[in-house]
Write a protein that binds this ligand. Structure first.
Ligand code: CP
Ligand code: NVA
Length: 321
């Protein structure tokens, strides 16, 4: 070996702790979620007070987008800079990912040069394959099956406005999609109940949602009934990214699953309304609900940034303090 190559490491140090990923909500225990939510409250408070919190100086986050984004992009990018780190932004169109470089090879390369990776893509299996070949933590920034960062933010927002979510009821009105699946995983872990109402043909698939049981959710044919006495009413677009070809059929099938004032009246008097956004007023929600006094959608969007800062820090540094 020439002196030039001597001592240059090509593998991780022996005894390094195993890398943790956040590919779905159930990847963390209840205790870990409680820690991340509490840490997010501290990080948010410091940020609002203009107190520097540079826990990730010199660390780099790679953000890979195979689908469009506004909130996920801005919240991860701003959040990482606020922690003293930096970001690299990749899309399918401007990287070799779009030219069929194997996901495993991409994972090996990207995780040699960055410290943590966020991916928004299609199938959950794709992010799992990336994670299996990554040296660094991988975060799910939305897949067809799950959107765990969003639900972390939604639960943080609920707690901020109303206190503990344990024992409460969340009404899910609409598609049995990535958001719905993740709400169900969260209910299982954090001890609340989800009332699910979807049109026929768009139901929850318990095996896709990765649930241990059906104990934490109840299915309702009538969306109004699902909202009765609920502490939180929430919905999402009728056509998620990747399902655009089904748009016409979905517009017809979902017509009675628009969250309206009657549903909010049926809910508990202090019920909140949430929507992960982007929203389509007049489709999945009426304007007087999303722009009304029970809606907390803007806090929900902002809180993406605060909870993700806590998540990035936890995955890279573990528990602090
Ligand atoms: N809610 C959410 O993930 O928004 P974006 O698609 O804009 O990232
Ligand atoms: N279910 C939606 C969420 C968008 C943030 C989608 O996957 O497109």
């Amino acid at each position: 070996m020439s002196p030039l190559h001597k001592g240059i490491p090509s593998t991780l140090p022996k005894g390094a702790p195993p890398v943790r990923h956040f590919l779905q909500f159930a990847d963390f225990t209840t205790e870990e979620h409680v820690y991340v939510l509490e840490r997010a409250a501290l990080i948010k408070k410091k940020f609002k007070n203009f107190e520097r919190h540079h826990s990730l100086v010199d660390r780099t986050l790679a953000m890979i987008f195979e689908k469009a984004s506004t909130r996920t992009r801005v919240s991860f990018e701003a959040g990482m800079y606020q922690l003293g780190g930096s970001v690299v932004h990749l899309t399918t169109g401007d990287s070799q990912l779009g030219r069929a470089e194997p996901i495993e090879d991409s994972a090996k390369v990207i995780s040699r040069m960055t410290d943590i990776v966020m991916i928004r893509t299609y199938e959950q299996t794709k992010i799992e394959r990336f994670a299996a070949h990554s040296r660094v933590p991988v975060i799910n920034g939305l897949t067809n099956e799950f959107h765990p960062c969003q639900i972390l933010a939604d639960i943080f927002t609920y707690i901020e406005h109303r206190g503990p979510i344990q024992g409460k009821t969340v009404a899910w009105v609409g598609d049995g999609n990535n958001m719905a699946n993740t709400w169900l995983q969260a209910a299982d872990l954090l001890g609340f109940t989800v009332h699910v109402s979807t049109p026929s043909g768009y139901e929850i698939d318990q095996s896709v949602a990765g649930l241990r049981s059906s104990d934490s959710y109840k299915v309702f044919a009538d969306p109004l009934q699902a909202c009765e006495s609920a502490d939180l009413v929430t919905t999402d677009v009728w056509t998620s990214m990747g399902y655009e070809a089904e748009n016409e059929a979905r517009l017809k099938a979902f017509a009675s699953w628009r969250v309206n004032a009657a549903m909010m009246t049926a809910a508990a008097p202090d019920a909140l309304f949430m929507h992960c956004l982007p929203a389509h007023r007049g489709e999945e929600v009426d304007a007087d609900v999303i722009d009304g006094p029970q809606s907390v959608v803007w806090d929900e969007a902002e809180n993406r940034m605060h909870v993700q800062k806590a998540l990035l820090e936890y995955l890279l540094l573990g528990r602090q303090g």
